[in-house]
Design a protein around this ligand. Structure first.
Ligand code: PLP
Length: 391
């Protein structure tokens, strides 16, 4: 039974996508099959076949060989596996973009290893001139350079110049990790063409279940053993595989790839997003990252003086589910670190993320704009009592 109120609008796919029916069916099928993939009997072999089919489908989504896919508990663990592997391989200084997801930022901070942030410009794109200069004066005592640059940002949808960064990193004999959690399933991702040495993805962002993800790796990356145990995932991550979750991931990856092969659908959905953006801009909102290439499903807007949390709550009351770029803690509106890193100043506390997906229809975006316009109007009236005739 769905927990979403009837008639509500869900535009928060970057937080988690609605589960695709194909994924739900695959999960149910895997539960029905049963069996431990490590068992040699018929049930075990059936479970193993499900895992390996899913591995092939997940690999195909990012154009990687199936043998290079390691299943994890999600995008967070896939990012951690890449970072920890690079450190185990001798990296003593990490370069991470200033707009990386918390799973990269926090794992970096917790690692105790020296790190530096790659700055981004006002549209949220990493400064590759800074990166080139930094790599040019790399100290060999820091081991080989490790660079983390996400493919698309979760808040703004801004797509990073990953292939260009890969050239710089490889010229310095370094390791490029790409968090493709938000990009996969929304744009075509070719891990090899991007030059990613490791690349992370997550099932629940593409219509699969939560709690399962994957790391793919190229020939230059040596992965360390994250969990000791029964030797699963070629010894890299011990523990009986999450067969239902992995099956759901595989099914979601397969339909997501097929959906990307219908460019007309993708363009149509982008046009709905762009039409919504035009109406918000006309009311004074700023589209964050508008000058940069962005994911077709994501709209990040900020309106000066209209706090993120106020917007999210007003929209929720109107039955429209979206995300704040910034979070409210202990009554204080926190700035979005992503928008702050982009130099957006006071707008960093006023961001709103609206993200569509496979089940989104045109009227969802229209409902969002109507609800937002009403909330904005009420907010503006409260802020300017004189204009409403109140002395
Ligand atoms: N990386 C990015 C860019 C994300 O947006 C997220 C989730 O929000 C993650 C990593 C973490 O993925 P998971 O929720 O599967 O751990």
């Amino acid at each position: 039974m769905t927990q979403r109120p009837a008639g509500s609008v869900y535009l928060d796919y970057n937080a988690t996508a609605l589960v695709r029916p194909e994924a739900a069916a695959a999960i149910a099928h895997a539960l029905d099959v049963g069996g431990n993939p490590s068992s040699v009997h018929a049930a075990g072999r059936a479970a193993r076949a499900l895992v390996e089919q899913a591995r092939a489908d997940v690999a195909a989504l990012v154009a990687a060989p199936a043998s290079t896919v390691v299943f994890t508990s999600g995008g967070t663990e896939a990012n951690a596996l890449a970072l920890e592997s690079a450190i185990a391989a001798g990296a003593k200084r990490l370069l991470i973009s200033a707009v990386e997801h918390d799973s990269i930022q926090e794992t970096t901070h917790a690692s105790g290893v020296a790190f530096e942030e790659i700055p981004v410009d006002r549209s949220g794109r990493a400064d590759l001139t800074w990166l080139a200069e930094r790599l040019a004066r790399w100290d060999a005592a820091d081991g080989k350079p490790f660079v983390a640059l996400m493919l698309a940002n979760n808040e703004t949808g801004v797509i990073q110049p990953v292939a260009e960064a890969a050239e710089l990193v490889h010229a310095a004999d370094g390791w490029l990790h790409v968090d493709a959690v938000q990009a996969a399933g929304k744009i075509a991702v070719d891990s090899r063409a991007l030059g990613a040495d490791t690349l992370a993805i997550s099932a629940h962002k593409i219509g699969g279940p939560q709690g399962v993800g994957a790391l793919t790796f190229g020939p230059r990356a040596v992965l360390s053993r994250r969990q000791h145990g029964g030797g699963q995932e070629r010894g890299r991550r011990g523990g009986t595989e999450n067969v239902p979750g992995i099956s759901g991931f595989g099914a979601a990856a397969k339909v997501s790839r097929q959906a990307l092969e219908q460019p007309a659908d993708v363009e149509e959905k982008q046009a709905w997003r762009d039409a919504a953006a035009r109406r918000l801009k006309a009311a004074g909102a700023v589209v964050i990252g508008e000058a940069a290439p962005r994911l077709p499903n994501t709209l990040c807007v900020a309106t000066l003086g209209f706090a993120s949390d106020t917007q999210v709550m007003a929209l929720d009351l109107a039955g429209v589910m979206v995300s704040a770029g910034a979070a409210c803690s202990s009554g204080k509106v926190k700035q979005s670190p992503v928008l702050a890193a982009m130099g957006q100043g006071d707008l960093a506390a006023c961001g709103l993320r609206v993200s569509g997906g496979w089940k989104t229809v045109e009227s969802d975006w229209a409902r969002f704009v109507d609800a937002w316009s009403e909330a904005h109007h009420r907010h503006a009236a409260r802020r300017a009592p004189a204009a409403t005739g109140v002395a």
